[in-house]
Design a protein around this ligand. Sequence first.
Ligand code: ADP
Length: 474
Amino acid sequence: MEIIHVSAECYPVAKAGGLGDVVGALPKYQTQMGHDAKVVMPMYRTKFLYEHEWVIDFKGRTNLADWWFDFTIIKEKHNTLGFHLYLVDIHGLLDREKVYGYSDDTERFTAFQIAVANWLSHWQKKPDIVHCHDHHTGLIPFMMKYCYDYNSLATVPSVFTIHNAQYQGWMGWDKSIYIPRWDPWKRGLLEWAGSINPLASAVKSAWKVTTVSWSYLQELKYNSNGLEALFEYEKGKCVGILNGIDTDVWNPQTDTYIENHYAVETADDGKLANKKLLCEQHNLNIEKPLIIFIGRLVGEKAADVLPDAILSSMYTTKHGVNFLILGSGEPHVEWQLSQLINYNGFKGNYNTMIGYNEKLSHLMYAGADFLLMPSRVEPCGLNQMYAMQYGTVPMVRSTGGLIDTVVDMGDFEGWGIRFDHASVADITYSVNRAMDLYYNDKDHLHRMRQRMMKIDNSWQQAVKQYINVYESLK
Ligand code: ADP
């Protein structure tokens, strides 16, 4: 099958979170299964762009309302990533350093989608599937069906995957002129609650909708930032497919970001060697258990609860604990977390790295004893799966994909710590459970590590499920 993935992120070209990881891996494994998978994304000014060779695939001219623009589709010459990679260059709009966060993001991603639809409409033989990811590509299923210029795409099946329904790409009706001439009778397919809502439009217009875990799919019907009724109504076309992890990148035996490699049998020693390095680099105490947090410092991840929860945990654990935080996000949370180091007894037991650091994140998964994820919303969550792959005990709130991937150590053959609320009390209680395990039951910890590292979180299952979804649309 010929599948074209449309996305704002794709690791290692550009990544801001889990979306990038998924779009960097799924097409690779689809290709390995004999399919012809392609990815098209915006051409940002990232390192990857300058370090690879490109050929021009297509040049076009189109418009965003009355602004006419030229665009170029370039293709990575050697298929380095294991699939065909195309970038859309729109001069002055997409060619920036960051993926998101500009005041004209609406214009940037709408123009990107228009360019992609324009390009696809020129293909002589159409792809079998157009697979769009998250709201930045959410207008495409509508445009393929109802924009007169893209008539030739109306019969091509579109699949839309929701990696995160919190962000929906809302825009006012004044911006409806951006969307190329469309059937006015279909206005309702663009709208939700008075504005144009690209995520809702994709749920209504795509042939099939998938979410990145089963539990998240259920959760969307009662917690989806205003779209609850829509998910209830459209449940017949929605499927939950749990993400895999890319074991070419995330494997403690071969990880190119870490120096001390280890396998299941050598995990205890291997992890200790990585912990030593991590503790030296970040002024932490190697003798104490190390709990890490990696992620965006936003409400969705319950990062605002972290400062108080860390304070409470530090002062209530009997034998002491270390924390290391890596992330960036809301300035007041960044500030609070950075300030904690000044508290009594925190120096040497606590550190914060504000920013994005891929290399450090790998060393942290490898060297830590526990990974904390108190997320309020977690569509799938990759961090806990990386942690498990590296023998690091996940401590997670029972929500979304975390429910589907972590079994509490108190349950039969469990390997993690689960709690119900993103609250100081629940986190502190969980930290105390973790300390009890670390200080008083090393054997159990060892068995849990062995167990979690043997779990198959690879993409094999998910790839088959996606192909089944595509096949059902033939
Ligand atoms: P989300 O996509 O909601 O941010 P996921 O758990 O699905 O969360 O994916 C997060 C991905 O981003 C993981 O690969 C994680 O290691 C990575 N990540 C998040 N923040 C950072 C950071 N500050 N530095 C390095 N990697 C990060």
